[in-house]
Write a protein that binds this ligand. Structure first.
Ligand code: APR
Length: 320
């Protein structure tokens, strides 16, 4: 059993993470940090701890405004940061527009991890995803190897793609295999050539034009939820996706999972965090899988990498 899972940021995503950790009995202890007054994290943990007596869960819940509470954590899930929200005129910002605010928050998160949980696996969810993980890595690379720092985006983007394909084909989501690569922005790349239903090419079940519409919807799926919610962004599916990654590592499943990982020449990319399939096991990112892509998919991936690179250049300009 995992000793301790720390969740940083106890808002919408962090809140689902801690309640799932309790109900799935994933660890002996769950620690939650949130700076929100008067003592939001403590309140959230007390609520769950009281509920634990209803469901028979013995996970010990500890919430605090101080990072001390994450001491010795085996895993840190980072959800600290402002989400996208609809503006009064009905538009909403891109994930990249959150960068300035969320970078400052990320530096506080990194300092907390460095001091109290330098041996943890770090799974980051805050946006803009690829740039925030890059910053965490720059801050933590002396303590934590690149195999243990990763971003959650591909699990969610691929789940959205799977769901839309399953719905169009009229089959179970369990029969659909689908992957989305690249940055977690509007340039992300659903890989049609790797999309299968019951092991067969997806085009046997869904027309090319319907697939094109599904892929566009997938790229904009986060925004679709933002627009419908009216306040904040998707939170249940991102939390479940982060926990899927955590379980793959904790149970040494060696599941091939799309993860935002530091590339070192794979897919022709150097020193950038980008969404690619990896083997996730007890050592974290145990292997990066390079899949064959069509020429169009290669070009789309390059376009997405260029977008990530542009946002990371902004990160580089902001002194640590
Ligand atoms: N340390 C700890 N918690 C913090 C800090 C910090 N330095 N700064 C902010 N927080 C907390 C906020 O107080 C808030 O409770 O992070 C929480 C974020 O919660 P929400 O606003 O509900 O945002 P959420 O929907 O959970 O999304 C979090 O993940 O998907 C991304 O775009 C999303 O960047 C956003 C992040």
């Amino acid at each position: 059993m995992i000793g301790k899972i720390a969740v940083i940021g106890g808002g919408n995503i962090g809140g689902v993470c801690v309640s799932e950790i309790a109900s799935r009995r994933l660890a002996r202890k769950a620690a939650l940090v949130d700076i929100k007054e008067p003592d939001f994290a403590k309140g959230k943990c007390l609520d769950i701890a009281e509920g634990n007596a209803v469901i028979g869960s013995d996970v010990i819940m500890e919430g605090s405004k101080s990072y001390e509470v994450i001491e010795g954590a085996d895993f840190v899930i980072n959800t600290a940061g402002v989400p996208r929200a609809v503006r009064p005129d009905g538009t909403f910002p891109s994930r990249e527009e959150l960068l300035a605010t969320n970078l400052k928050i990320t530096d506080a998160v990194a300092a907390g991890i460095k001091q109290y949980a330098p041996d943890a696996f770090v799974i980051s969810v805050a946006n803009p995803l690829d740039a925030i993980v890059y910053r965490l890595y720059l801050q933590l690379k002396e303590q934590i190897p690149k195999t243990k720092i990763m971003g959650m985006a591909g699990v969610l983007d691929s789940a959205r793609y799977k769901y839309f394909v399953a719905e169009a084909a009229g089959v179970s989501v369990e029969n659909v295999e689908a992957v989305v690569l690249g940055g977690h922005g509007d340039t992300m790349v659903p890989i049609r050539s790797a999309c299968r239903i019951y092991g067969l090419p997806v085009t046997k079940f869904v027309s090319e034009s319907d697939l094109a519409a599904i892929e566009t919807r997938t790229r904009k799926a986060g925004g679709e939820v933002v627009g419908l919610l009216g306040s904040g962004s998707a939170f249940v599916s991102p939390a479940w996706s982060a926990l899927d990654m955590l379980e793959s590592i904790a149970y040494d499943k060696k599941k091939i999972t799309p993860v935002c990982a530091l590339l070192d020449g794979e897919y022709g990319v150097d020193n950038l965090f980008v969404g690619v399939p990896v083997v996730l096991g007890k050592a974290g990112i145990e292997k990066i899988i390079e899949i064959d892509l069509t020429d169009d998919e290669k070009a789309a991936l390059q376009n997405s990498v260029d977008a990530v690179s542009k946002t990371c250049a902004e990160v580089d300009k902001t002194a640590i």
